[in-house]
Design a protein around this ligand. Structure first.
Ligand code: BDR
Ligand code: CA
Length: 318
């Protein structure tokens, strides 16, 4: 199988950076470019974090395209209380000197998918502002892209940033709503993140023995997140929503149950902003086009992660 060509759309904090690392180290994925969107931390930090992750993997020839610096319509807050000020745990502030690509992220996405229709997939691990802007410019975007993987939403469950909403959908609910309406999305939500991507105390102990730059990077990023998760969510571990999304896109072996449903997002301000509803009961009488990954192999995910950190080979267990 030739590698799947992907564009990674990211608000690069720590878990995004590890996801970028996984994607560029994977032989099954061919990362065409990285696009950056407003989200986790201050925009310019995110851009540097993406470049740093690429350089760490020897992939700094992959272009980084800067995109939307704010959501379509709403005000928002960063999640630096989780990821640290710069997004990489709070101590690491890269200054790579790598220039960003000239082309705006949205122009780049549209040009790339139009040049090779049906050949490029989007892996979206941040708020969906860039993708929504691409849709506004090209309403037939669905005809041009291959797969669209989205980390976002909390499928009929509590969110991580408000009781109703997961962070990516909360930041730009207008964008999330549009993307779910107009594209055939495969969704990796916050609930699956908790089920299948928590690297717990045992994983931390195991990874502590790995003497590589990748494992060092993981420790820098993940120790503060582990502390936050322990204090705020009562779980001793670090969630990896974005790496889980990349891993699922690259490795079908990881995927468990999935169902395709109608899904919608509440874009109104207030308590339900960013809430995602997945119509599992089929009451909406609306087209089912969102494929929800409902379970995944948590042990295998940890093994992919271990392969990445120990040998730079996320496919080692496959
Ligand atoms: C998502 O929000 C961000 O903080 C993470 O990078 C991830 O994409 C989880 O809700
Ligand atoms: Ca993210």
């Amino acid at each position: 199988m030739p590698p799947r060509r992907v564009i990674i759309d990211t608000d690069t904090a720590g878990d995004d950076a590890l996801a970028i690392l996984m994607a560029v180290l994977s032989d099954r994925l061919d990362v065409d470019g990285v696009t950056v969107v407003a989200g986790n931390v201050e925009f310019d930090y995110q851009v540097e974090n993406a470049k740093y992750a690429l350089r760490l993997a020897g992939a700094d020839d992959v272009p980084v395209h800067e995109g939307a610096r704010r959501p379509l319509l709403k005000d928002f807050e960063h999640a630096d209380y989780v990821h640290g000020e710069g997004g990489l745990g709070g101590e690491l502030f890269p200054d790579t000197g790598i220039p960003s690509a000239d082309e705006h992220a949205v122009d780049y996405v549209l040009r790339t998918v139009r040049e090779d229709p049906g050949e490029v997939s989007l892996v979206c691990i941040g708020p969906l502002t860039n993708v929504a802007m691409a849709l506004q410019r090209e309403p037939d975007l669905d005809d041009y892209v291959d797969e669209v993987w989205v980390m976002g939403g909390a499928v009929n469950a509590p969110g991580n940033v408000t009781p109703a909403a997961e962070f990516n959908f909360w930041v730009d609910p207008d964008a999330a709503k549009l993307v779910l309406r107009e594209l055939d999305v495969t969704l990796v939500d916050w609930g699956l993140t908790l089920d299948a991507s928590v690297l717990g105390a045992e994983a931390f102990d195991r990874f502590a023995a790995f003497d590589t730059a990748y494992a060092d990077f993981f420790r820098t990023i993940a120790e503060p997140v582990r502390e936050f998760t322990r204090e705020e969510q009562g779980v001793d571990g670090a969630t990896q929503p974005d790496s889980l999304t990349v891993a699922l896109a690259m490795a079908p072996e990881l995927r468990g149950a999935a169902g395709t449903y109608y899904a919608d997002v509440d874009e109104r301000e207030g308590l339900t902003r960013g809430h995602s509803v997945v119509d599992t009961a089929d009451v909406a009488d609306a087209p089912a086009r969102t494929r929800v990954i409902e379970s995944a192999d948590a042990d295998l995910f940890e093994e992919l992660f271990a392969g990445m950190l120990e040998e730079g080979d996320p496919e080692r267990p496959l």
